[in-house]
Design a binder for this molecule. Structure first.
Ligand SMILES: [Zn+2]
Length: 341
């Protein structure tokens, strides 16, 4: 075993055997924002076999305060988060396999993206995606680790199918859009994201090395500003609850048809639109067409088009993030006008 992991293998909870196990494992990270950057960094350094990074977004200036894998050059180059993270992390550890996908995780692609995961790490910012992950992981019996943070407060919980309650046992339904606070309306300090992600990855290391006995139990809530750490015991909920997902085995989020739908993005004054059938856009051709009506820049990962007060970011698969509005029908109109279906 290489010297690289010597200190980790020396640690009593992991040992050489644990390190060997770790080196055979694949982790999938969904969402590479503040939580995801710290998680990805810790996972890659720990020496797992493969890390798959899924993220649908590009980097903005307001991300740099807390998303520790990104820098100003990434913004100048218009890099998607998944690509910037991939490039940086491969320099950190050239021995492990890193894969990146610039996509919106949805029912149509979740099987392809998650099927070989030994663990799934939540770095998302919305409940729609978390419930989808929960459905898939409960159905496929893959452990996943919920994480969320806002302001100075963070939450995390291990979900080990058949052994612990699932996310749906605890939160029966998706909180309606606009009723939950977001980082864009409430702000966030970076240390809470590092802390929650660090707990998530400590738990991941336990799961990936088969140390299930030492797993943290229940929902952990930390507020770094008020100096509070709470643990909510939810273990017996599983017995009491008639959970739609893990008791009734109805996977409602997996069976949703998301094509053609629009999503308002986490309080960002932006709307995401999926291409109805997926697409394979010729970025250069689209750029040439749009240059006549607005300001265009593009690379092989995305095309940015500014017009009036709106900015359209288009990905090769036809997916688009339209910023400057929260109005889904207005965004659809802009998409139809400039990109076309
Ligand atoms: Zn459940």
């Amino acid at each position: 075993m290489s010297e690289r992991y010597a200190r980790q293998a020396l640690f009593y909870g992991i040992g050489r055997q644990g390190q060997q196990r770790l080196m055979e494992k694949t982790a999938v990270l969904v969402g590479c924002g503040a939580l995801g950057c710290t998680s990805a960094n810790l996972l890659v350094r720990s020496g797992i076999k493969c890390l798959k990074i899924i993220d649908r977004d590009y980097i903005e200036e307001s991300n740099l305060q807390r998303q520790s894998l990104f820098d100003e050059e990434d913004i100048e180059k218009n890099l998607p988060k998944a690509i910037a993270a991939h490039k940086k992390l491969q320099k950190v550890n050239s021995h492990i396999q890193i894969e990146s996908a610039i996509v919106d995780l949805n029912p149509s692609n979740i099987e392809t993206l998650l099927h070989n995961a030994n663990i799934v790490i939540d770095g998302t910012d919305n409940f729609e995606t978390r419930f989808l992950i929960n459905d898939y992981c409960v159905k496929s019996r893959i452990p996943w680790i919920y994480g969320a943070c806002i302001g100075s407060t963070g939450l995390t919980m291990n979900i080990v199918p058949t052994k612990t309650p699932c996310l749906r046992c605890i939160l029966e339904n998706v909180p309606p859009f606009g009723t939950t606070e977001t980082c864009d309306t409430e702000g966030i300090i970076a240390p809470i994201a590092s802390m929650i992600a660090s707990i998530q990855i400590a738990e991941a290391l336990k799961i990936l090395t088969d140390n299930f006995d030492t797993l943290s139990k229940g929902l952990v809530k930390i507020d770094l500003w008020r100096n509070e750490i709470k643990r909510m015991h939810v273990e017996d909920i599983k017995e009491k609850a008639d959970c739609v997902t893990c008791k009734q085995q109805k996977y409602e989020f997996l069976s949703r048809n998301t094509y053609g739908t629009t999503t308002s993005l986490c309080g960002r004054n932006a709307v995401q639109i999926l291409h109805p059938h997926g697409s394979n856009l010729d970025m250069a051709r689209l750029a040439a067409r749009l240059e006549k009506v607005g300001n265009v820049s593009f690379n092989s990962f995305l095309l940015r088009f500014k017009t009036d007060k709106y900015e359209l970011t288009v990905f090769p698969d036809g997916r688009s993030i339209i910023s400057g509005t929260n109005d889904a029908s207005l965004a659809k109109g802009l998409y139809a006008k400039y990109i076309g279906m």
